[in-house]
Ligand binder design. Sequence first.
Ligand code: ZN
Length: 132
Amino acid sequence: MFEIEVKTSKKEEFIDITKKIKDIVYRSGIKRGLCVVFVPHTTCGLMVNENADPDVIRDISAMLKKIVPDHMDYQHREGNSPAHIKSTLIGSSEYFIIDGGSIVLGTWQGIFLAEFDGPRHRKVWVKIIGDS
Ligand code: ZN
């Protein structure tokens, strides 16, 4: 298993980690297989979406804020229930096909760590299975 660290700098932020994941797959020497990416946190998530037009990410962020209000009758004493809920909606893992020594993504797709309770140091775990 590989681990990368992502330092977030805002309360809510979407950080493109596509290159970091591609670098790990390249260094693994695996040519064909599967790559699982997982964040071991309860207030951030992993997401695949467009990394060409940053307005797409802004729109996703704005809609998540509408779906999950900052203030409600939340019971969780830590006060960060919106972050826990958004993390659950986004999910904490993604998996990718490796072919030709690289993960295969659609033309406009990128891999994002979605921070909902930053700034923090986040871990991303990567497991690669396949043939070299
Ligand atoms: Zn909490």
